[in-house]
Design a protein around this ligand. Sequence first.
Ligand SMILES: Cc1cc2nc3c(=O)[nH]c(=O)nc-3n(C[C@H](O)[C@H](O)[C@H](O)COP(=O)(O)OP(=O)(O)OC[C@H]3O[C@@H](n4cnc5c(N)ncnc54)[C@H](O)[C@@H]3O)c2cc1C
Length: 366
Amino acid sequence: MTSFPTPLATDSITSGLGWFSDHAEALNAGTTDGDSLVPQLGRQALFRIGVPQALGGAGGTTFDALEAIAAVAERSLTAAFVFWGQRTFIEYLLQSPNAGLRERWLPALLAGEFAGATGLSNAMKFLSGIESIQIAATPHERGWRLNGHLPWVTNLRKAGFVVAAAVAPDNGAAPAVVAFTDRLPGVRRSADLDLVALRASNTAAIAIDAVEIGPEDVIHPDARTFCPHVRPAFLSLQLGMSIGLARAALQTARTLGKGAHDVLLPRAETVANELGSVVGSVREGLATERFRSDPAALFRIRIRLAEIVQVALGLELDATGGRAYLLDHNRDFARRWLEAAFVPVITPSLTQLQGELAKHAGTCAA
Ligand SMILES: Cc1cc2nc3c(=O)[nH]c(=O)nc-3n(C[C@H](O)[C@H](O)[C@H](O)COP(=O)(O)OP(=O)(O)OC[C@H]3O[C@@H](n4cnc5c(N)ncnc54)[C@H](O)[C@@H]3O)c2cc1C
């Protein structure tokens, strides 16, 4: 029988998350300062979860970090998404062979004093054959000169950020994964994108014009090695967002369903049980590292969880009834409905994963 590492106490994660509930509406609408999110998450020591103590973390596992993201997502998906971006950048540093880069950035990122953003959708789509790498790297003195564009990146704090991106050398070398900051000449952040939700997430585009970096800024020299290696953590941490949203919707459906709608309760119980069992599979897959050798298993979980989010929100709507349409009623349902629209499109999108599974099935059949 597999024995799992002891998870960090849930109470120690959830106490102190009231700020995220109180600000969920304003974070979604963008009427509160998005720059406050990273320091707020840092003050709760959330970025340290699942990071070795020897590196300044709180110890624990990637699954603990996923649970912390889920706990925040139950309250605010905007906050959970920013948490995911920062924690995923931290994961890149943990898995990078570049110890100097890790030592340079980790302390400020763990403390929430500086923002780390992941622009690796492009690399993940590149690996699936959907997109070419959007930043060109030309050898220059002791490093590279970069030119290109990242159309969507979250957690680009106006106070400053470091971002991870894949770059394609124009001398035919393998695409690499690098980090650069907005402080370098030639890096230009756009205004915030005009999103329908998650508006305080500091999501913007970055133009990269003759930006010079050196070997000290390379996270990994080969994106084709690094991205599949980091993908189980990248995807699993993302699952925290779906899990938190589904838990919040089911909890509301069960609470309201106790009254006039007790026909809903058995359906909510069934979905909650399935959610619990899928979360158990994620925990088991991370503990045994099964997702490294069997990425398709994780892809199927991501697709199933996205479906569970939709069903859970449907139950919350059924249980709430017409009040869900009233502006002066509790706005949680309306907010979650829009937040949830993001779940299928975040890279890797559901269609991308379905394409990967079809390719995988074709290879197995062949
Ligand atoms: C609010 C928000 C925040 C974001 N933050 C970040 C971030 O922090 N970092 C980051 O890197 N990216 C980020 N993204 C980008 C995001 O994850 C997608 O990469 C982005 O939405 C661009 O892809 P697209 O949906 O325009 O896909 P398109 O390339 O236009 O494709 C449309 C759809 O078809 C699918 N598709 C296209 N070709 C194929 C194919 N051959 N096989 C199967 N499916 C295919 C795509 O996956 C997508 O679902 C963000 C997006 C949003 C909406």
